[in-house]
Ligand binder design. Structure first.
Ligand SMILES: C[S@@+](CC[C@H](N)C(=O)[O-])C[C@H]1O[C@@H](n2cnc3c(N)ncnc32)[C@H](O)[C@@H]1O
Length: 551
């Protein structure tokens, strides 16, 4: 019997959320066998900026399209999958917060259930993309962060919750607020694996300023460290006489942190401080030169990482005279995320790009990036020109000076194609554009074959299985021609729009193990199977979180 598990449920959770095609429509839930629930769309490279590697999939990528389509492309299309699946070090997303507002450049309008379905579908794919030492950071405010925490527990596993970062976003109170003026956002951080460890942050003048050197110690500034500990220690109970003859013992219930011999040795080296007159309780000096970089903390102040005002100013500096993108994030804020979660050369994804802050900062910090924005006008007005300026070294703001960025590198622009299916009163049909080469490419992506342009009558490969796509009917003649093109030990999957009598029996006779699939019917079933596997792969909750298990 399946033990019930603790999880957030909502109406429509088991179905697929179909987003409207235009602003006038409303999202609806459809059954999981609907083509949109599993379709892997075509992605077309449309341009490039600056210098890009020869393998187009490995370039920095700016996609115009829906994050769900792009995440599926990265997970399923072999050319992308080889580079991204299980290999992405950081996914940072700043999705619509579901605040009920219509921003100038996008709407933020969903019901809680719709928003949860929208996010769950994307998180399941994000989980597949993360590397074992990767992490996902989700930026939210009070509208949904508590629901998102439960959803992320379900998708990533409660044991992989790392922390909630609180970002001080406001510079000043908003006196028009009905109840409280909100000063902060949240960023929920989960790791792919429980062993994740964040990078430490470089020390700052501020963190160093608490170290002083009142006795001109040649080892430099130090902090007085507590000589006592709470943990019982067999060599931790003794009397110590200071330079003025005063005798010290640990307070009741506490112990010396180190043995008497060790304390004497440190004292003889000048590493113990007895106060300005030599009469105070001893402190063990902790030298600035010997302390490690800083462990990240959970409250990020506007002084340290900038506020909403900072990011609006950064936007104005890049786009003089244009009304700012509604919700950009400051570059220093993103820099901190990237410092904690990545190293040079690591792959970073942000699939809610907006003005492109994540990509801009990742680029300046030498990380590889993929970013996705739904709105073509946002891409045209903000994301693309901003990233173009970064490449050209024409963006003097944000972290440019502090990281010494002077321009360089490049990226490709990619668009996501339309659906290859049409939902009609006669059932699901193939769209009119799905013919010839585009049909073959779409089928290859859908079934996880690497597309091969110059191999007719074959057009794809997956291990020893080849793909042949027939834009019409397949009969025994076509089957013989296709099988004749196979190498030794190779098998073929033939996809055709219709299958004539005897095609299947001919194939079984001359190439056992090969098969024929009819489009669109069989493409849809294989997609639905793939998606079911992904949804079912959610980490199990541990037994003490299982409802009804008692304790
Ligand atoms: C809060 S903004 C992100 C701001 C970004 N962090 C920045 O610094 O500029 C959210 C963005 O997600 C975009 N968006 C909304 N739904 C999307 C989807 N399904 N796929 C991709 N982008 C989407 C919106 O158009 C908007 O630009």
């Amino acid at each position: 019997m399946n033990t019930p598990r603790l999880e957030l449920v909502w109406p429509g959770k088991e179905k697929f959320l179909l987003l409207p095609k235009d602003d006038a429509g409303k999202p609806v839930w459809v059954e999981r066998d609907h083509p949109a629930a599993s379709e892997v769309r075509l992605a077309d490279f449309v341009g490039s900026v600056g210098e890009v590697p020869e393998v187009p999939y490995a370039a920095n990528l700016l996609f115009t399209g829906d994050s769900l389509d792009v995440l599926r492309i990265l997970c399923e299309v072999p050319e992308y999958r080889a580079i991204y699946r299980g290999k992405v070090k950081l996914v940072y997303i700043d999705p619509p917060f579901n605040t009920g507002q219509a921003f100038e450049h996008y709407d933020d309008w969903m019901e809680h259930s719709t928003w949860l379905s929208f996010m769950r579908e994307r998180l399941l794919l994000i989980r597949d993309l993360l590397s074992p030492d990767g992490s996902v950071w989700v930026h939210l405010d009070d509208a949904e962060q508590h629901r998102m925490r439960l959803l992320m527990d379900e998708v990533f596993g409660p044991a992989n919750f790392v922390t909630t970062v609180i970002w001080e976003k406001a510079d000043s109170p908003r006196n028009s607020a009905r109840q409280f003026s909100s000063d902060h956002d949240y960023v929920l951080v989960y790791s792919r694996d429980g062993n994740w460890s964040p990078n430490r942050l470089p020390r700052t003048a501020d963190s160093d300023s608490i170290y002083t050197n009142p006795d001109d110690d040649p080892r430099g500034p130090w902090l007085p460290g507590d000589p006592y500990a709470n943990k019982p220690y067999s060599k931790g109970l003794y009397e110590k006489t200071g330079p003025t003859g005063r005798v010290f013992t640990p307070p009741p219930g506490r112990f010396w942190r180190i043995s008497e011999e060790k304390l004497d040795a440190l004292d003889s080296e000048g590493r113990v401080w007895w106060g300005p007159t030599g009469n105070a309780r001893p402190s063990i000096k902790r030298y600035l030169s010997e302390v490690a970089d800083l462990v990240p903390r959970t409250i990020w102040s506007k002084e340290d990482v900038g506020s909403n005002r900072t990011s609006k100013n950064e936007m104005r500096a890049i786009f003089a005279g244009v009304s700012s993108f509604a919700t950009p994030k400051p570059e220093r804020f993103m820099e901190r995320v990237l410092r904690i979660a990545t190293q040079q050369g690591d792959a970073v994804i942000d699939c809610f790009a907006g003005s492109g802050t994540t990509a801009a900062v990742a680029h300046k910090m030498g990380r590889r990036w993929v970013t996705v924005e739904l709105s073509p006008s946002t891409v045209e007005q903000f994301t693309l020109p901003r990233l173009t300026k970064v490449v050209a070294g024409e963006d003097p703001g944000g972290i440019t000076k502090s990281v010494g960025w002077e321009g360089g590198g490049g990226f490709r622009t990619v668009t996501v194609g339309p659906s290859m299916y049409e939902d009609t009163t006669f059932g699901i049909l193939l769209a009119g554009w799905a013919t010839n080469g585009r049909f073959a490419r779409a089928v290859a992506g859908q079934l996880g074959f690497e597309f091969q342009k110059e191999a007719a009558p074959l057009c794809g490969v997956r291990g020893r299985m080849r793909l042949a796509v027939v834009d019409g009917a397949v009969g025994p003649e076509e089957v013989r021609l296709i099988v004749g093109a196979l190498g030794e030990k190779e098998r073929v999957t033939i996809v055709a729009k219709s299958v004539l009598p005897e095609a299947e029996s001919t194939l079984t006779d001359i190439s056992p193990g090969s098969r024929i699939r009819k489009a669109p019917r069989d493409l849809l079933t294989s997609g639905a199977r793939r998606m079911r596997r992904r949804t079912e792969a959610s980490p199990r909750h541990t037994s003490n979180e299982t409802e009804g298990s008692g304790s």
